[in-house]
Design a protein around this ligand. Structure first.
Ligand code: BGC
Length: 771
């Protein structure tokens, strides 16, 4: 099948710097937020000599592992959650004469791979040689549907090159856990633990499985059909044998150059509690089948490609003058879109759905680094992501109460199902800033979308309950001769420090969280139902306001810098320029405490505040903070460089801004951290988008105004993007010395460029600023 391909949207094997198998498995994943499939050698399946980590990941489908602590204190999480790695749906078995890919070692070479980001189609060509030297080409095309999120399509074409013989193609999936032989000592990589069971749902004319987990008690149904729109002869037939192998097979006589195609559509079910999955499996199966009955690979691919087209129409970022980075930007946006849960019950795992690194957990990465992209370009997806937090709010409240707090919600630092899943609480659960991060994201979503229903029905409650957490966790103390509100014993974003007092970032975010609660209580004052349902009293709100106003923010008056935390200035600096490159990331080579006792940063921490709260900062302050923190930051976290790029752009350090940005934007496609093999760095991809928007376009937004102060890299001729804003959609075209804005839909609003405000309306839908 041929679909018009535009070269700027192709990830072609030849353009990739690394051809390492595991790296390619990640880069050539296909997914849609409900599930993701890593690339693989399609003939190897669960073979024991398979070096690779293929598999299918369903968002939210995980299993528990009991955490083994040396000393387990009260309140430590009992269990770790890890996303399940299911069988590789790309797997196929091929027999050539008496040689069998299952038992004989067929040599499989990657000849070509191309991911067409415009349609989501992965096209691959393998050259396969049997031990008896018979060679055939195997073309594999696959996609994860964006139009029906349960559908995965895979199509094979077998073309003998040097023999005539009988070929048998067999598609059977009779194991559930994909075996992985890769050994990795990196703490950030999780071991597979899903104890899953695969039960065949008997005889309904196609292979159908109920996959269940023992410990997390979840179930999902997976089924697939062979679609035959090309009149194969002899046909591909469904079979089942005594060993409970259900599948499809086709036997035919092949000649050199003759191609035979096999198409399969999988329906990958939603996650259900085990009891329901068992009880209603027939019902779930028949509704799943509706997705793949009476359709073909081609028509599903076309429908999905249509959705991709709409995606690019609204979300593309075009850079004129930097083709290499342009491709990276597109890859990043493509991956973000492939990773975002859209069912309000899941979020975006730190590695997308491309691996089980970080356990498949959701972190602050979603709200702070990825959500803005969705809020500005696909607000409905952003809303679903925030609804995941709303749906787990009760759990967060339960966690606060179990922890010993009287009130409020304590969101987990890392999770799949809403419960805390960090076994190392110092760099995990103690990152209480997650609560304020979520509140911040709720507010940002509201500011940009003006979605009144959301803030009233859901967002406000999140803001209120997280604000309550700060009131419970913090206390007043006498500092610098004043009674100040303090948040002691917390871990900030920088994971090379832990359990500090008054982390600047945390305190600013908590202050904002408290102020938001006060603001919305006042807004909903007349709407008595809401406030009484949530038991809000005047006293409580007064106390929140006072605490916010009295929040202690540590500051070094001599150096004029915001202090990462109280007494940070007393720690010795670690001279990171003197450390050998092989020792990075430091977390893999140093005892954590060695890092905690030094001034050394894994990632942007205080600098995050300068990024997220630009108001009220002088340029001198931004410069001082940047100059102080940049030399002590290792950027060992991939979330860091894009943020440094933003501040560098704002303070006029153009070359540094560009350098940081280009490294951030290349994180996965160029394997900057040498670990893309374990999965994409979804947060970093989102951060790179922020780098463009908040750094080079220089956007600043709040509920009433949207302004830009562009600082384009000197090599860029022009930057184009679209955003949704207060119910409107705008197109921005930024040149080195001017900005053009076009109102595409909606009633219009004010836009400010370098302090010059203009009003766009449907009648006056274009404006230009020269500077
Ligand atoms: C970073 C965290 C981040 C996590 C998941 C860690 O390396 O320090 O800030 O949330 O990775 O991406």
């Amino acid at each position: 099948m041929r679909i018009e391909q535009s070269p700027e949207f192709q990830i072609h094997l030849q353009t990739l710097r690394s051809k390492e198998e595991l790296f390619l498995e990640t880069i050539y994943n296909v997914g849609n937020g409900h599930f993701g499939v890593r690339d693989s050698n399609p003939l190897q399946g669960n073979n024991h000599d398979y070096i690779g980590s293929p598999g299918l990941f369903i968002n939210g489908f995980f299993d528990y592992e009991e955490v083994a602590y040396g000393e387990k204190y009260r309140g430590y999480p009992d269990n770790n959650q890890v996303i399940n790695r299911l069988f590789d749906p790309r797997f196929i078995r091929i027999k050539v004469g008496n040689e069998d890919s299952l038992t004989d070692h067929f040599k499989v070479e990657n000849i070509d791979k191309n991911l067409d980001m415009q349609t989501g189609l992965l096209h691959e060509l393998f050259s396969v040689t049997t031990p008896g030297n018979r060679n055939f080409n195997l073309v594999v095309e696959s996609f994860a549907s964006l139009s029906k999120l349960n559908v995965y399509g895979v199509r094979y074409s077998v073309i003998p090159t040097n023999f005539s013989d009988e070929i048998e193609v067999i598609k059977v999936h009779d194991y559930v856990n994909q075996t992985v032989h890769q050994q990795d000592e990196d703490v950030r990589v999780s071991t597979d633990l899903g104890q899953m069971q695969l039960d065949f749902i008997p005889d309904n004319g196609q292979p159908s499985y109920l996959v269940t987990t023992f410990r997390s008690q979840q179930g999902a149904i997976i089924t697939y059909q062979a679609s035959e729109n090309f009149a194969p002869n002899p046909p591909i037939e469904y079979f089942r044998d005594d060993n409970h192998h259900y599948g499809y097979r086709s036997k035919y006589y092949a000649k050199p150059g003759s191609a035979k195609d096999f198409e399969f559509l999988f329906a990958i079910g939603d996650i259900h509690p085990l009891v329901n999955a068992n009880m209603y499996s027939d019902q779930y199966l028949s509704s799943l089948n509706n997705y793949i009955n009476d359709t073909t690979f081609k028509s599903e691919l076309m429908a999905s490609a249509q959705v991709w087209q709409t995606f690019w129409l609204h979300s593309d970022v075009e850079i004129d003058g930097d083709p290499a980075l342009q491709l990276c930007v597109r890859f990043n946006l493509f991956e973000l879109n492939q990773s975002a849960g859209r069912d309000a019950l899941t979020s975006i795992p730190a590695k997308g759905l491309t691996g089980n690194g970080y356990g498949g957990h959701f972190f602050w990465d979603t709200e702070i680094f990825m959500l803005p992209f969705f809020t500005y370009t696909q607000p409905e997806v952003a809303k679903d992501l925030l609804m995941f937090r709303y749906h787990t709010l009760q759990i967060a409240k339960e966690q606060a109460s179990d922890f010993g707090l009287g009130k409020g919600a304590m969101y987990p630092w890392r999770t799949i199902n809403g419960y805390e899943s960090s076994a190392y609480w110092l760099a995990g659960q103690a990152q209480f800033h997650i609560n304020a991060d979520i509140a911040f994201a709720v507010e940002q979503y509201y500011e940009i979308t003006s979605d009144d229903d959301f803030i009233r029905d859901y967002g406000f409650e999140i803001i209120l309950e997280t604000a309550r957490f700060w009131m419970e966790y913090g206390n007043y103390a006498e500092l610098d001769g004043k009674r100040q509100f303090v948040l002691n014993r917390v871990t900030g974003p920088d994971e090379y420090s832990a359990l500090v007092d008054n982390n600047y970032y945390t305190n600013v975010l908590a202050q904002s969280n408290l102020r938001l609660a006060v603001k919305y209580v006042r807004k909903f004052k007349g709407d008595d139902g809401i406030l009484s349902r949530l038991h809000v009293t005047d006293d409580e709100i007064d106390a929140m306001e006072k605490a916010a106003n009295a929040m202690y923010l540590p500051y070094d008056k001599e150096k004029n810098v915001k202090l990462q935390f109280q007494n940070f200035e007393q720690l010795p600096k670690m001279d990171i320029s003197a450390i050998d490159q092989s020792m990075f990331p430091l977390l893999l080579h140093y005892h954590p405490l060695m890092l905690y006792r030094h001034q050394v940063n894994k990632q942007a921490d205080t600098i995050m505040v300068d990024f997220m709260f630009p108001e009220g900062n002088t340029l001198d302050q931004l410069k001082a903070d940047y100059e102080f923190y940049e030399p002590i930051t290792t950027h060992d976290s991939s979330l860091s460089k894009a943020i440094y790029a933003i501040i560098a752009a704002r303070i006029g350090k153009d070359q540094q801004a560009y350098n940081f940005f280009s490294q951030a934007v290349q994180t996965d496609l160029m394997d900057v951290h040498h670990n893309t093999k374990n999965g994409i760095h979804a947060g970093s991809l989102g951060a790179a988008w922020e780098g463009i928007m908040y750094g080079f376009a220089g956007i600043v937004n709040n509920a009433t105004s949207f302004s830009l102060e562009p600082h384009l890299p000197s090599t860029w001729n022009c930057l184009k993007f679209k955003v949704h804003l207060y119910g409107n959609e705008f197109k921005f075209t930024i040149y080195q010395d001017s900005v053009e804005v076009e109102l595409l839909s909606g009633e219009g609003t004010d836009i400010t460029v370098y302090s010059h405000r203009k009003h766009l309306t449907p009648d006056n839908n274009r404006e230009t600023w020269q500077y």
